[in-house]
Design a protein around this ligand. Structure first.
Ligand SMILES: [Mn+2]
Length: 438
C-alpha cells in the first residue's frame, strides 16, 4: 500500500498546482479523525483545500460537486464509483470499505482491501499518507488510534497498527473496557453503560461495593483511575466484575486492551475520545468535533458540553421508546419514533435495546426515525442468536426501491417518507411469515 500512497502523493502534488482540492469525509469518529489528519497534512504541505463532512454520499450530491477541484474522499465513496466516473476531474479515495464496482479511470483508490493486508481504518490510511508526505506529521498518530477504536478494529492488530501505536506513544493496558479509564473508578463504574454491569451501572452504592469486593481503596481523597491500578488490583477487579456478569460471551467481550494516548497534553482514553467525537457528529456538530481533533481549545469546551447533551438526549430517547406505543409480534418489536428521536441516534437506541434484558433472545428490534423527507430504519437482533436482520430488511426494502447496509445482526436503510405505512405493513408480513417458517 505504501507504493500506492507514494504514487498518489506525487500525482496529487502535480495536479494541485493547477486546481484547488476539495476533501469530503464521513461524519463518524473514523471519518472525522481522517479529516483532521488530512487537513493538518495538507496545511503543512501548503496546499489550498476545503473540507466538508457528510453523513453519506447520494447521487445528487456527487452530481453537484465542482469539477474545477480535485476531489478527495475519506472513509467513504468506495460504493459510489458508478456516479464518480461521470465527473470530469481527478478523484482520490482513501477508504477501507468494500469496493463493489469497477474502478473508473479518473479515480485513484487507496484501500487496504485492494492489497489484502491487515484491516486499517481510514484514519490509519490517512496517517500513513500524511507520514509519507512528511515526518513532521508523526504527531498525528494519536488521531489514527482514535479512528481505529471508532471503527472497532482494535481486536486484530497487525504490523501497520503496531507501528502507528508506537508512533502515537500509546500506553496499552489489559483490563475491563470501562471508559474513561482515566476517571476515578467509583464514577467510571457507576456510569458504565457499555459494558453494563448488573447492580453496579447506575448505582453508586453498587460501584462502592464492587470496589470493596476488589479490595481497592481510596488513595487520598479519591479512587484511582482504572489505568492506574496495579496488576494485582486489576485482576481482583476483573474477578469481581466477572462474578456480576452471568453470560460468558458478555464477560469475554468486556475484556480487552485499554488505549491511552496524549491529547491536549493529557493522558486520555482513546475509547472516550472516539465516543465524544461520535456524539458531536450525531448531534449535528461535526465541525466542532473536527476542531476538537485539530486541537482547538474552544472547540474542546464546546465538544465536552455537546457530549453531556448527547448522553441526556440518549437517555430521553430511551425513555421515549420505553413509554411509546410499539408494534409487537411474537418475535419482533417495531418502534416508530418519527420526529421524537434524531435519525443519527436511532441506531444507537436500537443497539442499546437489543442488549437490554427486556427482550428475549432472538427478538428482532426495528426502529424508525424521520430524517427530513426520508426515514432512517435500524434493525437489531436481541442477544446473540436469531434471524438475519439484513435479509429481513432486504426482503421488504428492495421491492420498495432501496438499499440495505450492514451485517446479519445489525442493519439499516433509508426509505422515503411516503412509503412509511407501506413499509411497516410489508415488514409485518415478512416478520410474521418468518415466524411460520420456524
Ligand atoms: Mn471507517
Amino acid at each position: 500500500m505504501l507504493n500506492a500512497i507514494k504514487t498518489a502523493i506525487e500525482s496529487l502534488d502535480n495536479l494541485s498546482k493547477e486546481k484547488p482540492i476539495k476533501v469530503i469525509s464521513h461524519y463518524d469518529a473514523d471519518g472525522i479523525t481522517s479529516a483532521a489528519i488530512f487537513s493538518k497534512a495538507l496545511q503543512r504541505w501548503h496546499k489550498h483545500f476545503s473540507m466538508q463532512i457528510v453523513k453519506g454520499l447520494e447521487e445528487d450530491f456527487i452530481k453537484n460537486l465542482p469539477e474545477d477541484h480535485i476531489l478527495i474522499f475519506l472513509d467513504l465513496a468506495s460504493n459510489s464509483l458508478e456516479y464518480l466516473k461521470e465527473k470530469k476531474t481527478k478523484i482520490f479515495i482513501l477508504d477501507h470499505h468494500e469496493i463493489t464496482q469497477n474502478i473508473p479511470e479518473n479515480t485513484t483508490i487507496i484501500n487496504p482491501l485492494l492489497q489484502k493486508r491487515e484491516m486499517i481504518s481510514s484514519a490509519g490510511i490517512c496517517y500513513l499518507f500524511a507520514k509519507t508526505i512528511s515526518r513532521e506529521n508523526l504527531d498525528l498518530a494519536s488521531l489514527a488510534i482514535i479512528g481505529m477504536i471508532g471503527d472497532i478494529l482494535e481486536k486484530n492488530i497487525g504490523k501497520t497498527y503496531n507501528e502507528i501505536l508506537r508512533d502515537a506513544e500509546t500506553l496499552i493496558r489489559k483490563g475491563p473496557l470501562i471508559y474513561p479509564s482515566t476517571r476515578p473508578l467509583d464514577k467510571a463504574l457507576e456510569y458504565s453503560s457499555n459494558p453494563y454491569i448488573p447492580g453496579v451501572t447506575g448505582s453508586y452504592r453498587g460501584a462502592l461495593e464492587l470496589l470493596r469486593d476488589s479490595n481497592i481503596i481510596k488513595t487520598g481523597s479519591t479512587y484511582k483511575a482504572l489505568y492506574e491500578l496495579t496488576e494485582e488490583e486489576m485482576s481482583r477487579l476483573i474477578t469481581a466484575i466477572m462474578l456480576k456478569i452471568h453470560s460468558i460471551q458478555d464477560s469475554e467481550k468486556m475484556l480487552g486492551n485499554i488505549y491511552l494516548i496524549k491529547f491536549f497534553n493529557r493522558m486520555e482514553d482513546a475509547r472516550e475520545l472516539s465516543a465524544l467525537i461520535n456524539a458531536c457528529s450525531r448531534m449535528n456538530h461535526s465541525s466542532v468535533a473536527l476542531g476538537f481533533c485539530l486541537g482547538n481549545k474552544s472547540c474542546k469546551e464546546r465538544a465536552e458540553k455537546i457530549y453531556v447533551e448527547y448522553r441526556q438526549h440518549l437517555v430521553s430517547a430511551l425513555r421515549f421508546v420505553e413509554e411509546s406505543e410499539k408494534i409487537s409480534g411474537e418475535n419482533y418489536t417495531i418502534i416508530n419514533a418519527k420526529d421524537s428521536v434524531k435519525d443519527t441516534i436511532i441506531g444507537t437506541v436500537a443497539s442499546i435495546l437489543s442488549h437490554s434484558p427486556i427482550y428475549k433472545e432472538g427478538t428482532i428490534i426495528i426502529a424508525l426515525a424521520y430524517d427530513q423527507d426520508k426515514i432512517k430504519v435500524s434493525a437489531r437482533i436481541a442477544g446473540k442468536q436469531g434471524r438475519n436482520v439484513r435479509d429481513v430488511l432486504n426482503q421488504v426494502v428492495v421491492p420498495l426501491g432501496g438499499e440495505v447496509g450492514g451485517h446479519p445482526n445489525a442493519a439499516g436503510c433509508l426509505i422515503s417518507k411516503e412509503k412509511e405505512a407501506l413499509f411497516i405493513s410489508e415488514l409485518r408480513k415478512v416478520l410474521d411469515i418468518e415466524l411460520v417458517k420456524i
